[in-house]
Design a protein around this ligand. Sequence first.
Ligand SMILES: Nc1ncnc2c1ncn2[C@@H]1O[C@H](COP(=O)(O)OP(=O)(O)OP(=O)(O)O)[C@@H](O)[C@H]1O
Ligand SMILES: [Mg+2]
Length: 260
Amino acid sequence: MRALTKSATQEGPTRTPSILLENVHLTLASAAGPVNILNGLSLTVEPGEAVALLGPSGSGKSSLLMVAAGLENASAGRVSVAGRVLSGMDEDALARFRREHVGIVFQSFHLVPTMTALENVAVPLELLGRSDAFARAEEALAHVGLDHRLEHYPGQLSGGEQQRVALARAIVHEPEVLFADEPTGNLDGATGAAIVDLLFSLRARARATLFLVTHEEALAARCDRILRMKDGLIVADSGAAAAPSTASRSPSPVNGEGSL
Ligand SMILES: Nc1ncnc2c1ncn2[C@@H]1O[C@H](COP(=O)(O)OP(=O)(O)OP(=O)(O)O)[C@@H](O)[C@H]1O
Ligand SMILES: [Mg+2]
């Protein structure tokens, strides 16, 4: 019960949010001068929620994910994820935070081309010094239906298979929060649908919070809550007050579970 603040008997308002952003700004330098990307954004996501983030291209969705996942430092404001305050962490601390607490899936897979599927999935656990890294990686690859492709390199796998490896890598360390940035963007419709089913299934198995960036309304509708972004701010939130205690690490399946 690592998501709880004090004791397992506490519920509702006393729970530590899974993602807490308070007045977050992100300003990056460009050749044309500083670019304001996130403009004082605040957001609370409760443990176990599945949240979809929609918005026009350039509105800041990936930037928000990068800040919340500890891949980018906010320029101002406070970022707290899985009970850890990210604001002020240096690169090493952020890397360790990511390895221990979050899983991240990108549109373009981000696998290491010179490593086999098994090695790609084992790396995060090896970096944590886990002696069972390869056994756990094999198990995770079995969960995504790739136990027959352990020794294949990314270049020897289809796009859908590469994304399955990326999913296995994202969940192998049982993260509290699973981030996905357009995970089906590079896949055809049928392959993408299978990946989405798998994503929801893995998320239900781990009872993790899901933060999903997508352009697809139908995919967003499978989540508990839909956020819409524009110009670096959240302009619509279908569930601002939603904090379903039953959603947190409950054994009941979410949408899409069982469709594998
Ligand atoms: N490293 C950077 N330096 C300067 N500006 C950046 C940088 N990265 C992103 N931006 C700008 O920040 C804005 C938000 O980018 P972001 O990638 O977060 O958008 P997005 O909503 O994910 O878009 P898409 O749907 O196309 O993926 C864009 O205007 C982009 O040009
Ligand atoms: Mg993006």
